[in-house]
Design a protein around this ligand. Structure first.
Ligand code: FEO
Length: 425
């Protein structure tokens, strides 16, 4: 049974005043939370002021205020810092500002829009801070680091310089509720830490690497994230793990100067498979492009997603069955939300019996993922003819040329699209 602790001192003058949510089993609809979660908030006391770092979800505000009142009175609060304005951290902000009207609020530049949406008060006053800005509390200096897209545009981290304590927001956090609070005392939370990265931070791994450039040089003694255990034992190892998780892999497999094209297919009667092989055959004639082919029927989405994250281009072959692409194709495409695919090259092809909608549907989805789809896909009615296989080889050549830079990116005109549609009709 989890006991609810009082405010907990995490370093001299700095207390955890957050809230525990052990019963939560799903976060933001998409995330399983087998151990519940915590909404971590902190109170920092200096000789000349008191700061509150982040608040909690509105449903847990009472718990937060109870702990706050154990370590500070509202009229002492000079500073409120919101590292991130998602409602699980800003839910109690309006009430805190009502109780401590003299306190100055500090947010990132990108936080302004969200703040105005959250606190419907035209007279609201706040201060915008960027990397390097600081606030003095008297013997405690809060230094700000802008770390956008971890995992919203507004995210930032705040450091107590004198103590080497980093309030990191969501980054380095996880959904894991344990009243023992500290990473050297709670249960084994490695799964939750990795799961959180994979589902929340992974689509933004370039921003993770940018943030690490800022944060790794800091002389940190403790990382205090907005969810899950407080990292006081070997805090830098969690940063190192983030660097491993966010660093591109598979360079050896592809080669530093090569581009990678993945051709996925699924086939009922072998027709789409033949088209896939033709796409591969065409692409392989272009130097500098490593081509790989996979049967979706025999693979798992997770390893395929890992491969796609590292690839430069993606071609998907699907038959059309009942006017749709088949489920394994949609399963793969819906799995891509956890990685960044924006600007990768995409294409579709496939065999069909009556209508052949799958190709357009896949292309629309790829465009919806912000991928480039400059080449119209190839469709073949039932068994592909030699001419249609030649079109597939040409599709492969064009894809590979786009990747190798031997053709310029181009935008297909409406008249060209229409002409291609007519040729398929
Ligand atoms: Fe924990 Fe992105 O809020």
């Amino acid at each position: 049974m989890i006991q609810t602790p009082d405010a907990v001192e995490i370093a001299p003058g700095t207390h955890w005043i957050g809230a525990l949510d052990p019963g939560l089993r799903e976060f933001d609809i998409i995330l399983k939370t087998a151990n519940g979660t915590t909404y971590n908030s902190y109170c920092v006391r200096g000789t000349e002021g008191v700061a509150i770092i982040d608040t909690v979800k509105a449903s847990h505000a009472e718990e937060f205020f109870r702990r706050l009142e154990q370590v500070a009175s509202y009229d002492e609060i000079t500073t409120i810092v919101l590292n991130h304005l998602e409602p699980d951290h800003s839910g109690a902000l309006p009430e805190l500002m009502r109780r401590a009207p003299q306190a100055k609020l500090y947010i990132s530049t990108k936080g302004q829009l969200m703040l105005k949406a959250l606190v419907k008060d035209a007279a609201l006053k706040y201060n915008v801070v960027e990397t390097g800005d600081h606030v003095e509390l008297g013997g405690r200096t809060l230094r700000f680091f802008t770390t956008p897209f971890l995992h919203w545009p507004d995210t930032q981290c705040t450091l107590i310089e004198e103590q080497g304590i980093l309030f990191s927001g969501d980054v380095f956090g996880c959904h894991f509720c344990d009243a023992r609070l500290f990473n050297d005392q709670v249960g084994d939370f490695r799964f939750s830490f990795e799961y959180y990265y994979q589902h929340i931070m992974r689509p933004f791994r370039e921003y993770v690497l940018n943030a690490l450039e800022l944060l790794e040089p800091l002389p940190l003694k403790l990382i205090a994230p907005a969810h899950g255990p407080i990292l006081r034992e070997a805090p830098l190892s969690y940063m190192q793990r983030y660097r491993q998780l966010a660093s591109p892999l598979l360079h050896n497999e592809v080669g530093a100067n090569n581009k990678s094209l993945l051709v996925f297919y699924i086939s009922s009667y072998g027709n789409t498979a033949r088209m896939a092989q033709a796409v591969v055959d065409g692409a392989e004639t272009v130097p500098g492009v490593r081509v790989s082919m996979y049967d979706l029927q025999a693979g798992g989405n997770l390893p395929f997603v890992d491969l796609i994250e590292e690839a430069d281009g993606l071609a998907i072959g699907s038959p059309t069955i009942n006017g749709d692409a088949v489920k394994p194709v949609w399963d793969l495409l819906s799995s891509l939300a956890v990685i960044k695919v924006r600007d990768k090259l995409g294409a579709a092809f496939g065999s069909y019996g009556w209508s052949g909608e799958a190709i357009n549907m896949i292309e629309d989805r790829l465009r919806g993922l912000k991928m480039r789809v400059p080449i119209k896909g190839v469709r073949a009615r039932l068994i592909p003819t030699e001419e249609e296989l030649a079109l597939c080889r040409d599709l492969g050549v064009q894809l590979a040329q786009h990747l190798s830079g031997t053709v310029q990116n181009r935008v297909i005109s409406m008249s060209e699209l229409f002409a291609q549609e007519q040729s398929h009709a």
